[in-house]
Design a protein around this ligand. Structure first.
Ligand SMILES: C[S@@+](CC[C@H](N)C(=O)[O-])C[C@H]1O[C@@H](n2cnc3c(N)ncnc32)[C@H](O)[C@@H]1O
Ligand code: SF4
Length: 447
């Protein structure tokens, strides 16, 4: 594909894990709103996202809300607050709410020691009805976990594991401060399999410092040899204005848009060539995996963790920085762990900001989620669901359909992204974003 076109479509835009996106959340949504939203939440299954913002190491490329710790004390203090937050949230929710999915993200949730983990399990069980089929997924840093910890997570109820690979090349690992051998990574995957974890995902990143196409393909080959059920291949998001430690990465060692595009394409071809089905912009799954099936059925969803098979209408965020999605709108907890713990100690819900959705926002959010998941949406469906509130997004579809690059089609009902346009879905989705140019948010490259 021509370099000018790639550069034009690589302009920074959000990854659309929500609409409006997090930079547009504001302090106008506060504890009183959140409490009311919880009290009104009486229907459907719940999903929980639990954030553990600690790591044993600090990888220079990392874009997550986390910090490196050398002692366990701050983790223990944080877990006390987290247990209290669970009790507080459950107090406001109508009694007996059922939880169908719990995702542990970070940071590195596996930093928690087994006895504290069991304490957390008891708190969750005391405050919610965890359904027997509950999916419990955990993000794992394979260099700082052992069989005992993994056994504790299994006992906790872990059903899915996501293991961070990123890249196996020594020159790339040195530049991102993330030494990690293939042997230790494969060892963790083997222990997870022996424990009966039926679904294992590996995270790979392209566009890292010094990385070229051949290096990425070698990392993919090694990853495929571990036979994962899913692979996520993310484009490196270089946002040093948000994550200061990323300034330790020399920008001269980063690939430009055309090379990033070529890497993403070659990587996807290698993974698909090994029998995986592409799912959305950055996921691949074995054809019999639930994510691949949901994608084929048009039932894939997208939330703050990325693509998900979880269809719950309510996602409760627990822990510092975590984001929740309730039918009324979004909430985000305080990011700084000290202030988060302080709010909890005062008996307050630790919300920092949020966004109350209008019906027009909901219509646009639905169209953008469908584009990100299915590369298409129906204007007729939006009108049936949202009535006049869908007017704006339907007009946007008409405007966006005038695309001289041949990346979209519109027959008056279905607005679709053509196969050539799919790598640019974020840029096309941005055409529907009414908040994009408001505020000071700066995003990462769209490729
Ligand atoms: C919380 S981390 C994973 C768990 C664990 N801490 C680890 O590093 O293995 C979640 C994932 O986000 C992705 N990620 C982190 N920072 C990123 C960035 N700046 N750009 C793209 N992907 C990133 C990585 O693939 C990483 O595995
Ligand atoms: S990539 Fe994982 S281990 Fe590294 S700093 Fe980020 S969350 Fe921690």
């Amino acid at each position: 594909m021509n370099a000018d076109l790639i550069a034009r479509y690589s302009a920074p835009v959000p990854r659309y894990t929500s609409y409006p996106t997090a930079p547009h959340f504001h302090t106008g949504v506060d504890e009183t709103d959140y409490r009311r939203w919880l009290e009104e939440n009486s229907q459907g299954l719940l999903s929980l996202y639990v954030h553990i913002p600690f790591c044993d190491r600090l990888c220079f490329y990392c874009g997550c809300h986390t910090k490196q710790v050398r002692r366990y004390d701050p983790i223990a203090t944080y877990l006390d607050a987290l247990n209290s937050e669970i009790g507080l949230v459950a107090k406001y929710l109508p009694a007996g709410r059922k939880v169908a999915a719990i995702h542990f993200g970070g940071g590195s949730p596996t930093i928690v020691n087994p006895s504290d983990l069991m304490g957390l399990r008891q708190t969750l069980a005391a405050n919610f009805e965890i359904v027997e089929t509950c999916e419990i997924s955990v993000e794992i840093d394979p260099t700082h976990v052992d069989a005992e910890k993994l056994r504790a997570w299994r006992q906790f109820g872990m059903t899915r594991a996501s293991v961070g690979v990123q890249d196996f090349e020594p020159i790339v690992q040195a530049a991102i401060n993330r030494p990690q051998s293939f042997g230790e990574t494969a060892g963790v995957v083997n222990v997870l399999r022996d424990l009966g974890i039926g679904s294992i995902n590996l995270d790979i990143v392209y566009g890292l410092p010094h990385q070229d196409r051949e290096m990425l393909l070698r990392t993919i080959d090694l990853s495929l040899s571990m036979n994962p059920d899913r692979i996520a291949m993310f484009g490196y998001a270089h946002v040093p204005w948000v994550k200061k430690h990323q300034s330790l990465i020399d920008t001269a060692t980063l690939a430009g848009p055309a090379d990033r595009f070529a890497m993403a394409k070659a990587g996807a071809e290698a993974i698909v060539g090994a029998g995986y089905q592409p799912v959305g912009i950055d996921h691949f799954a074995r054809p019999d995996d639930s994510m691949a099936r949901k994608f084929r059925d048009g039932a894939l969803r997208r939330n703050f963790q990325g693509y998900t098979t979880d269809g719950a209408e309510t996602l409760i965020g627990l822990g510092a920085s975590s984001i929740g999605r309730l039918p009324q709108g979004y909430t985000q907890n305080i990011v700084a762990t000290g202030q988060y713990c302080q709010a909890i100690s005062e008996g307050r819900l630790p919300i920092a900001r949020g966004f109350a959705l209008s019906d027009a926002d909901r219509a646009t959010a639905s169209a953008i989620e469908e584009l990100m998941c299915n590369y298409a949406f129906s204007v007729g469906d939006l009108r049936a669901r949202f009535g006049q509130a869908a007017d704006e997004v339907c007009n946007d579809a008409l405007h966006a359909s005038f695309n001289e690059d041949g990346f979209v089609s519109f027959d008056g009902d279905t607005f679709a992204i053509t196969p050539q346009g799919r790598p640019f879905v974020r840029t096309i989705a941005a055409k529907f974003d009414h908040y994009l140019n408001q505020g000071k948010a700066k995003h990462s490259s769209a490729i």
